[in-house]
Design a binder for this molecule. Structure first.
Ligand SMILES: NC(=O)c1ccc[n+]([C@@H]2O[C@H](COP(=O)([O-])OP(=O)(O)OC[C@H]3O[C@@H](n4cnc5c(N)ncnc54)[C@H](OP(=O)(O)O)[C@@H]3O)[C@@H](O)[C@H]2O)c1
Length: 349
């Protein structure tokens, strides 16, 4: 894209006028792409940032950039937690580590951004290679894009509650059209592409369910939009043809996209600007931050509830001790055991 689009310039101008000193932001998927750009922008505004990602090397670069960007007077801190969120067990360990670190240093989270995904790396091309089941017998994208995000949000909820008005921002594809087979929410027998293209619906439903349950926080799901991908095909050895196609199309691809740094302005805007409060909203937005209408399928509270229960059931089945740590998962706040019991019964019928 030639130059910065006007809507991003507007976000940038307002973001630059904010001081985020004293705020703490957690980014799931902060070692590259949009997550890394978001971390660096928050650092520039004075916030402390904790981010998660698998690559130590990429994380070290982000840490260095954050420290270099951060105003000295802000006394902000930056840390990288290593973990592979395609595995629920690792997502739980990451949550444990975040818990400990936040208890010691920050005592709260002002914004939780979940962006770890499957775009712009060689892993994207594994989508073409068929479904990959993890050692937990779950589809890797299903775990990464939905179940792990669900688990991490639940686990970090007490820290979000410490900061009234805190915000949870999921980045994927909001306001997706279509529907899900509500009796096959585990997407058994579906292709990789079908699974990935449905993940937006799971996150839409989760965003709305969270807003129904937690009235002091705000929940957003934003479409990532066309972003310049970071090195698209790293694996030229296994995907030579795709690497060649990508190199050939790159000038065109880039002319249609914004940089991750520009896209990050929208994420930061939603996280800090007053127009995106007050709390108690479940909002689906385009990359321009325009509200997206709920589709007929998404308008049904029953849909949200079924997806919510499905996630609780799947996580409690894979990690029996984990849901006991979800302190704020039930609608009335203190009846989680009952909710899980009902859910188990629903699924065992
Ligand atoms: N870029 C676009 O145009 C576009 C379009 C549509 C949707 N999206 C979605 O928007 C989001 C942001 O896209 P993006 O281009 O910034 O990057 P991305 O390649 O999808 O990944 C961003 C981050 O996720 C981390 N990550 C990936 N797999 C992980 C795993 N298994 N466990 C832990 N961390 C993992 C990566 O770090 P490590 O490799 O260090 O783990 C990286 O920090 C993604 O969810 C993507 O699917 C993007």
């Amino acid at each position: 894209m030639i130059g910065i689009p006007q809507y991003i310039e507007r976000f940038q101008e307002k973001n630059n006028a904010k001081d985020c000193t004293g705020k703490h932001v957690v980014i799931i998927g902060g070692t590259r792409g949009l997550g890394a750009a978001t971390a660096e922008k928050f650092a520039k505004l004075g916030a402390s940032v904790t981010f998660v990602g698998r690559s130590q090397k990429a994380g070290d670069i982000v840490l260095r950039n954050c420290r270099a960007n951060s105003p000295l007077a802000a006394k902000a801190t930056f840390s990288h937690v290593l973990g592979n969120l395609s595995l629920l067990s690792e997502a739980a360990q990451v949550a444990d580590q975040l818990d400990t670190a936040i208890a010691q240093t920050h005592r709260g989270i002002d914004a939780l951004v979940l962006t770890a995904g499957c775009y712009g790396s060689s892993s994207t091309y594994s989508i073409l290679g068929g479904t990959v089941k993890t050692q937990e017998q779950l589809d890797q994208w299903f775990s990464l894009l939905f179940l792990s995000r669900f688990l991490v949000i639940q686990r970090l909820m007490p820290w979000l509650k410490q900061r009234p008005g805190s915000r949870v921002i999921n980045i994927l594809r909001a306001g997706s059209r279509g529907s899900l087979d509500i009796d096959n929410l585990s997407m058994d027998g579906k292709s990789n592409l079908e699974t990935i293209s449905s993940m937006g619906l799971y996150l839409d439903a989760t965003t709305l369910s969270l807003a129904e349950r937690h009235h002091e926080q705000a929940f957003y799901h934003i479409t990532a939009g066309p972003m310049v991908p970071h090195p698209v095909v790293e694996d030229t050895e296994h995907f030579p043809l795709l690497a060649w196609v990508e190199r050939t199309l790159r000038p065109w691809l880039y002319s249609q996209s914004v940089s991750a740094y520009d896209a990050a302005e929208a994420v930061v805007y939603v996280a800090i600007q007053p127009e995106f409060g007050p709390a108690h909203s479940g909002t689906l937005m385009s990359e321009r931050l325009e509200n997206l209408p709920l589709t007929e399928f998404m308008r049904s509270p029953d849909t949200h509830d079924r997806i919510w229960r499905y996630a609780l059931n799947e996580i409690s089945f894979k990690l029996p001790n984990e849901v006991a740590k979800f302190q704020y998962a039930s609608l009335d706040g203190d009846d989680l055991t009952n909710e899980i019991q009902i859910t188990h019964e629903m699924y065992s019928q």
